[in-house]
Design a binder for this molecule. Structure first.
Ligand SMILES: [Zn+2]
Ligand SMILES: [Zn+2]
Length: 292
């Protein structure tokens, strides 16, 4: 197994857009230290893992300095020569005669492809590349409160730099699976909770599933459908401060039974007969005109 990295660096998401990914820019000097490129990998986690944080083992392919040649690309014992065409600068100046006289252009040296070095006897292990591809495995700490699309950055775990430049970063992009009942918006959670119509009318205790487990909630008599209740601190922790949590919003959806037993039907009919003082309820009996 590869090296284990247990600390996470910083987290960034779309808030910090415009992050420059990708490789190192070639500077003018072929021998100047170059930063290694970033490596991006994806990891998929559950809704609960995103809320409470988790550790994930991730595997990815990355380049390592070749252990055989120490990253030079030359066979052991052989020398790396300085490119004679560019004298090690990696760039050559082309001169061209034009209507306006001599013009000069700087181009990447075609002989050494900008490295400034010529390897006559290539290292057989890396074929002169100086790096080998290796599968690496790391354990990544994913902080509580991370949201879909955000990334965890592990500094110095990317591709190796060249000419002694620092390694790039590893960027672990987190994909959060959806949840069957909870919806998330930032640090807040939302859910629809079915409420039997009798409980809505009479009030009483019901069990509500929060992300922290079940809680008993006392419904007030006469609760209507679409009534919203807030459970403070039962939301998602802040990714930067786990002591701070969002809220959980429940929307009650009053359930009307679609099937009734004979006994239930009789009870409801008895109840219905008590509603005659309400204009649009009860049996549409005498003294009331039917709508045609
Ligand atoms: Zn090698
Ligand atoms: Zn050259």
């Amino acid at each position: 197994m590869g090296d284990i990295f247990s600390n996470f660096g910083d987290i960034f998401g779309d808030l910090f857009g415009g992050f420059g990914f990708g490789g190192s820019r070639r500077s003018a000097d072929a021998n100047a230290p170059q930063n290694g490129a970033s490596i991006r990998v994806g990891v998929s986690i559950t809704f609960e893992e995103a809320v409470f944080g988790t550790k994930k083992e991730i595997s990815f392919n990355g380049n390592e300095p070749c252990p055989e040649c120490g990253g030079t690309g030359a066979r052991k014992g052989s020398k790396v020569e300085t490119c004679s065409q560019c004298k090690g600068r990696g760039q050559v100046i082309f001169q061209r005669q034009s209507l306006f006289g001599m013009t000069q252009s700087v181009q990447v040296c075609p002989e050494c492809h900008g490295t400034g070095k010529i390897i006559k006897d290539k290292c057989p292990n890396c074929r002169g590349e100086g790096t080998i591809t290796r599968k690496r495995t790391l354990e990544v700490s994913i902080p509580a409160g991370i949201d879909d699309g955000q990334s965890v950055r592990l500094p110095g775990q990317g591709e190796p730099g060249t000419n002694g430049g620092p390694r790039g970063d590893l960027l672990v992009e987190v994909r959060v699976k959806s949840h069957p009942t909870f919806q998330r918006d930032g640090m807040d959670l939302y859910a629809n909770v079915p409420l039997p119509f009798t409980k809505a009318a009479l009030g009483g205790d019901i069990r509500i599933n929060t992300i922290d487990g079940d809680v008993i909630y006392t419904v007030t008599p006469g609760t209507q459908t679409d009534t919203k209740v807030r459970f403070r601190g039962k939301g998602v922790p802040s990714v930067r401060n786990s002591a701070s949590r969002g809220d959980f919003y429940v929307t009650f959806v009053v359930q009307v039974p679609t099937k009734l037993t004979k006994e239930q039907k009789e009870l409801l009919e008895a109840y219905d007969r008590t509603l005659t003082d309400i204009p649009n309820a009860g049996d549409a009996g005498k003294n009331k005109k039917r709508f045609k």
